[in-house]
Design a binder for this molecule. Structure first.
Ligand code: NDP
Ligand code: MG
Length: 395
C-alpha cells in the first residue's frame, strides 16, 4: 500500500491522479489533498478518497473550508497555508507526492517533498525551471526519486537505456533527445492575424485537455520552452542534446535517438492518466482507464521544425536555458504574469512574448545560488513584467 499526497488535487492533473488511484484502492491510500480556490470540488474529492488531511493553500479561506467540511460531512482534518502544504508533502507517513500545483506556487511544497526523500511525481515543471540545480542537488542529497509526469519527459524516461547515466549521453549511446509538441492551435494561422487571437481561441488546445495556464503556454509554445529546460535538468542534458520537433497528432510523446541510428518513441493516446499511472506504479504498470491506441485510426503521422517567428517564446526559453538559472527563473516569473494578464484581457496574445523578452532584457543577470535568491528574482521579475505591461502594453 502506497501513501500519497496530491498537491493541486483540484486541477487537471490532480483530478486525473485521483481517477487513476480510484481504480486501485488496494494499492494506494490518499494521505492529503490540496487545493486553492475550488473548495467545493476539494470537499467532494475528500468524500470520495477519504484523506487524513485536506489543505487549503489560501489562509483566508480557512473558515469557509471548515464550514464546507461540516456541510459535506468530511472527516479529514482541515489545514491551511504554505507551511501546511510543506507539512503534508514531507510527513513521515507519506511515500509519494504528486506535485501538481501550477506555477511558482508549487516550488516550496515540491521542494519539501524532495528534501524529505519522497518519491516525487513531478508535473509542476515551473518548480524545476525556477530552481534547477538546487532541486536536483536536493534530490541527490535526500535520495528522493523524481518521476517525470509531464508526458514528454515521461516518454523520454521510458525510452532511455536501463543503465542511463545522468548527463552522460555519450556513454549511454544517445545522440539526441527529440522533444515533441503539437504546435498548439496556431500552428497554421497566418502570422499577420496573431494580434486578433482571442482568449477563447488560445484556450482551446487541439489534442490535450489541461489547466488554463499550461493551455496558453502550449499556444505560445512557452510550454515547450519550459519543457526544454525541464529536460535539461531531469536528464542532465545540454541545450545541444535536445531538438524540438512539432508533431501535430500528439501520439508520439517524445523520442530518444541513439548513435546506432535507432529511434525509440513512446506512444499513446493523449491522456495524462498514462504518465500518471506510470509514475504511481513505477517500475510496474497498472491499468489507467486510457483508450488503447488504434493504429488503424491514425491516418497520418507528421513532423516539422518549429519556426521561432511563430513561437518567439520557444526561442526565449532555449536562450534562457543557455544563459543560466537567473534567466530561467525570471522568464518563468514574467511569463506567469503575462499569461495571467492575457487571460484577464489586459494584453494581447503577441504581447506575452514581448513582455517576457523586455523583462529579461531590462535586468542584468546575477548569480543565484540559494532558494532565497531564486524567490527574490521571481518577485523582481514579476514586478518588472507588471511595470512593463503598465507602461507599454495595457489594452
Ligand atoms: P490546473 O490549473 O488545472 O490546476 C492547478 C492546481 O494548483 C489546482 O489544484 C489549483 O487549486 C492549485 N493552485 C493554483 N494556485 C495555487 C496557489 N497559489 N497555491 C496552491 N495551489 C494552487 O493546472 P494543471 O493541472 O493543468 O497543471 C498543474 C501542473 O502540471 C502545471 O505545472 C502544469 O505545467 C503541469 N502539467 C500539466 C499537464 C496537464 O495535462 N494538465 C501536463 C503536463 C504538465 P484550485 O483549482 O483549487 O484553485
Ligand atoms: Mg508536456
Amino acid at each position: 500500500m502506497q501513501t500519497v499526497t496530491i498537491l493541486g488535487a483540484t486541477g487537471s492533473i490532480g483530478c486525473n491522479t485521483l481517477d487513476v488511484i480510484s481504480r486501485h484502492p488496494e494499492q494506494y491510500r490518499v494521505f492529503a489533498i490540496t487545493g486553492n480556490s475550488q473548495l467545493d470540488l476539494l470537499m467532494e474529492q475528500a468524500l470520495k478518497c477519504a484523506p487524513r488531511y485536506v489543505v487549503v493553500a489560501d489562509e483566508n479561506q480557512y473558515d469557509k473550508a471548515c464550514e464546507l467540511a461540516k456541510q459535506y460531512r468530511v472527516d479529514a482534518e482541515i489545514l491551511c497555508g504554505a507551511q501546511a502544504l510543506e507539512d503534508v508533502s514531507s510527513a513521515p507517513e507519506v511515500d509519494s507526492v504528486m506535485a501538481a500545483i501550477v506555477g511558482a506556487a508549487g516550488l516550496l511544497p515540491t521542494l519539501a517533498a524532495v528534501k524529505a526523500g519522497k518519491r516525487v511525481m513531478l508535473a509542476n515543471k515551473e518548480a524545476l525551471v525556477m530552481s534547477g540545480a538546487l532541486f536536483i542537488e536536493a534530490a541527490n542529497q535526500s535520495g528522493a526519486t523524481i518521476l517525470p509526469i509531464d508526458s514528454e519527459h515521461n516518454a523520454i524516461f521510458q525510452c532511455l537505456p536501463h543503465d542511463f547515466q545522468y548527463g552522460n549521453f555519450e556513454a549511454s549511446g544517445i545522440r539526441k533527445i527529440l522533444l515533441t509538441g503539437s504546435g498548439g492551435p496556431f500552428r497554421e494561422r497566418a502570422l499577420d492575424t496573431f494580434s486578433s487571437i482571442s482568449i477563447d481561441e488560445a484556450s482551446t488546445h487541439p489534442n490535450w485537455s489541461m489547466g488554463r495556464k499550461i493551455t496558453i503556454d502550449s499556444a505560445t509554445m512557452m510550454n515547450k520552452g519550459l519543457e526544454f529546460i525541464e529536460a535539461c535538468w531531469l536528464f542532465g542534458a545540454g541545450a545541444d542534446d535536445i531538438d524540438v520537433v512539432i508533431h501535430p497528432q500528439s501520439i508520439i510523446h517524445s523520442m530518444v535517438q541513439y548513435i546506432d541510428g535507432s529511434v525509440i518513441a513512446q506512444m499513446g493516446n493523449p491522456d495524462m492518466r498514462t504518465p500518471i499511472a506510470y509514475g504511481l506504479a513505477f517500475p510496474e504498470r497498472i491499468e489507467a482507464g486510457v483508450t488503447p491506441l488504434d493504429f488503424a485510426d491514425i491516418s497520418n503521422f507528421s513532423f516539422q521544425t518549429p519556426c521561432f517567428k511563430r513561437y518567439p517564446n520557444l526561442k526565449l526559453a532555449i536562450d534562457a536555458c543557455k544563459e543560466g538559472q537567473c534567466a530561467t527563473t525570471r522568464l518563468n516569473a514574467a511569463n506567469e504574469v503575462a499569461v495571467e494578464r492575457f487571460l484577464l484581457g489586459q494584453i494581447q496574445f503577441c504581447d506575452i512574448a514581448k513582455v517576457n523578452e523586455a523583462t529579461l532584457e531590462s535586468m542584468p543577470m546575477v548569480k543565484v545560488s540559494s532558494i532565497q535568491q531564486i524567490l527574490e528574482q521571481d518577485v523582481l521579475a514579476r514586478d518588472k513584467a507588471s511595470d512593463i505591461i503598465r507602461g507599454k502594453f495595457l489594452c
